[in-house]
Design a protein around this ligand. Structure first.
Ligand code: SF4
Length: 437
């Protein structure tokens, strides 16, 4: 097994370039890690016309046929040096002033995040966008479902822009509206629609924030709700007050880890495989279920293992292991703590100087935390550099293209949720906001 050694300073993109470059550069950098895909060193535009998610953690995930494709990025942005892109982005941003707000997700590459007005998780960023109602454009340097959420929460005259349309989320794409509707039909046929003696519905749909607006709307229309990784337990409690069971999508791991921590036995959490009748379950298993888990996962968080935790503990006595709840259950169980990106950041900020952290979440965020808190030793549990494939698609070239477009009066890559979907999706989001955190 490769040694778990902290990634040295510099951005993840710089590390990828060094690891993919000539051997001398690699030696110079005293590199101790590898990348998960050679294509990471290419410009992401090389993959815009190709099916799939491109290099990175989601490389081998099956991408649905209908996922958005990015039109060819004009050559001037593909051929421009990093330094010139940096300058052009800065100039365009200065020119646009308060007319634009740039949002950067925690998992976004440094070269892009450094231009962001706000950095945070998907929901923090959607709320940040709400705090700038006068901005004409919200440039969301995240992935597709995040831009949709920003559109749901922003004003009708504000344009939400996703710099690269191919920046989807493989986990969100694992639950599409048709498959969920089909599942719902089968469950309704099995459970009926009548409430029990306590007035609880047979099943309440709960979608993770990492899902399309269409699925949030589905929840809004069917008595359901949205959750984040910060409030999943409170949302499940809300759902159990109103329902006998929960259908949780798309992330099986967040659902399982949360429900297990609430004391729900694993036997009452069958998985729903959308390709099989009754999701691959018997009618009795579904009758006995408390939480039906959709068969989705995040390929970034799926990479973390118990063996990595054991190795971190062996090499760094006293290390605090914190992982994201999108990690598989054995990893969450073996870690010292698990929590959302916000939780991870706060835990590190509050720790006494000289602490050592092994973190199980996306490498760009871990690397940035290491730079931000030099008083600690912070490293990623995964020794291989493997960023989120789709966040990786937002290269500074695309950011320069959309900003210079806005400066010239052109809106590229606007993300708009249709009005009927938006209204029902807001209902599910509002239910979540009314739940205590
Ligand atoms: S890290 Fe995972 S859940 Fe987050 S955007 Fe990437 S694939 Fe989706």
């Amino acid at each position: 097994m490769t040694a778990t050694i902290p990634v040295p300073g510099g951005s993840v993109a710089t590390r990828i370039a060094l690891l993919s470059g000539p051997e001398e550069a690699l030696n110079q950098a005293q590199a101790s890690t590898a990348t998960c895909a050679p294509g990471l060193a290419s410009g992401p535009w090389d993959f815009d016309a190709a099916p799939g998610y491109g290099p990175g953690a989601s490389l081998t995930d099956a991408a649905p046929a209908g996922i958005p494709r990015q039109a060819e990025l004009p050559e001037e942005y593909r051929r421009t040096s990093d330094a010139e892109l940096e300058e052009r982005i800065t100039r365009a941003k200065e020119f646009l002033g308060d007319r634009v707000v740039i949002l950067g997700h925690f998992y976004q590459r440094d070269e892009v995040v450094r231009h962001a007005d706000f950095v945070g998780d998907s929901f923090q960023l959607a709320r940040a966008a709400k705090s700038r109602p006068d901005a004409e454009a919200i440039v969301f340097c995240g992935v597709h479902f995040m831009a949709e959420t920003a559109d749901l929460l922003s004003g009708p005259d504000q344009a939400v822009v996703l710099p690269n349309l191919a920046a989807g989320c493989s986990m969100a794409d694992m639950a599409d509206a048709d498959s969920v509707a089909e599942c719902w039909e089968q469950l309704s046929a099995l459970y009926g629609e009548a409430p029990d003696a306590l007035g609880r519905q047979p099943v309440i749909p709960v979608t993770y924030m990492n899902s399309s607006a269409a699925l949030k709307a589905f929840c809004g229309e069917n008595g359901g709700i949205v959750c984040t990784s910060s409030n999943a337990a409170a949302v499940l409690e809300w759902a159990f007050e109103r329902g006998q069971r929960v259908l949780f999508f798309p992330d099986q791991h967040l659902g399982r880890n949360t429900a297990k921590a609430m004391g729900i036995p694993l036997a009452a959490m069958p998985m729903w495989n959308p390709r099989l009748p009754l999701g691959g379950n018997t009618p009795q298993t579904l009758q006995d279920a408390k939480v039906l888990l959709w068969n989705g996962f995040c390929s970034v968080h799926k990479r973390f293992t118990v063996a990595q935790i054991e190795q971190a503990r062996a090499e760094h006595p006293g290390v605090r292991v914190i992982v994201h709840p999108e990690c598989p259950m054995p990893v969450v169980d073996a870690a010292d703590e698990s929590g959302s990106t916000d939780y991870i950041q706060k835990a590190i900020a509050a720790a006494p100087a000289g602490s050592t952290f092994a973190v199980g979440t996306e490498i760009n965020m871990v690397n940035r935390l290491a730079a931000q808190y030099p008083q600690h030793t912070i490293f990623c549990l995964d020794p291989v550099i493997c960023p989120c494939s789709t966040m990786y698609r937002i290269h500074p070239g695309y950011l320069a293209w959309v900003l210079e477009g806005l400066a010239a009066g052109q809106v590229h890559n606007r993300i708009t949720v249709p009005a009927a979907t938006a209204s029902a999706a807001r209902t599910a989001l509002e239910r979540m906001l009314a739940v205590r955190p």
